[in-house]
Design a protein around this ligand. Structure first.
Ligand code: HEM
Length: 226
């Protein structure tokens, strides 16, 4: 426990923790988008509902859920600690500083993009997690005894179309967050190589475009093609 407290109180420890939890959240995004692609199957939601039912009942996934909450929590907490530390140690005497010259717009706005993704996440969990568990009027799937998650997703994206707009805008900010976050996570852990770093940067950029675009395609699909 001592080492953990030590890690949390040094700024290099906080950066390492932020990149490890960042990697973990990247993995989560891959798993989440893979399952959600079933929304496009065109089978009226049969496969997606079976998947969502498995996700909400399998015991092993309850453990994964606790790890996920810890992952998100630590990522946000260390980001907050580091931002506070950076503000406090910023030089006050230099009138002329030019951050644009040696850092990208994406890296300077990680806090803004991350905060918008956090707001999205709270709305998102209310839409699909909270309402699925506690809203009474969700119909049951045909021939089954569990609630129709596909119906809920469709209802939110079509009837409550303003959420679709929020989701699409939030995915632009998720993309901004990942553009810098992906390569920065490798750099913090010291994974820096003449040959592989350019490849990591390319994969990171592709990931930051393809994954948020895939998520944004979901409300777009329901609004315009379903
Ligand atoms: C438009 C795209 C998205 C759709 C349609 C969608 C759909 C869903 C649905 C139906 C659930 C509840 C059932 C389940 O666990 O599978 C869920 C849970 C969740 N989603 Fe999403 N999601 C989207 C994007 C995202 C994004 C971009 C993030 C993260 C930044 C995210 C984070 C989460 C989290 C943390 C949970 C709770 C996981 C759990 O209970 O195990 N989702 N999402």
């Amino acid at each position: 426990m001592q080492w953990f407290i030590k890690t949390l109180t040094s700024s290099i420890g906080q950066k390492i923790l932020m990149s490890i939890t960042g990697f973990f959240l990247i993995l989560f995004l891959i798993v989440h988008i893979s399952g959600n692609l079933l929304l496009f199957k065109g089978d009226g939601g049969v496969a997606f509902n079976a998947y969502a039912h498995f996700m909400s009942t399998a015991m092993i996934l309850r453990v994964a859920e606790i790890i996920l909450v810890l992952g998100f929590g630590l990522h946000i907490y260390t980001a907050w600690l580091l931002t506070r530390h950076n503000i406090q140690s910023r030089p006050q005497n230099y009138v002329y500083t030019q951050p644009q010259a040696n850092s990208s717009w994406f890296s300077r706005n990680m806090g803004l993009a991350g905060s918008i993704v956090l707001i999205f996440l709270l709305v998102h969990l209310h839409n699909f997690w909270f309402r699925y568990k506690f809203q009474a009027e969700i119909p049951l799937v045909a021939g089954g005894d569990y609630k129709d998650m596909y119906w809920l997703v469709k209802t939110v994206f079509i009837q409550e179309w303003w959420y679709s707009i929020l989701y699409i805008v939030a995915m632009v900010f998720l993309s901004f967050h990942l553009v810098h976050g992906f390569e920065s996570a490798f750099q913090t852990l010291g994974i820096n190589h003449k040959k592989y770093t350019p490849l990591i940067k390319t994969i990171g950029l592709l990931f930051a475009i393809v994954v948020p675009a895939g998520f944004a395609a979901m409300p777009i699909y329901f609004l315009f093609f379903n």
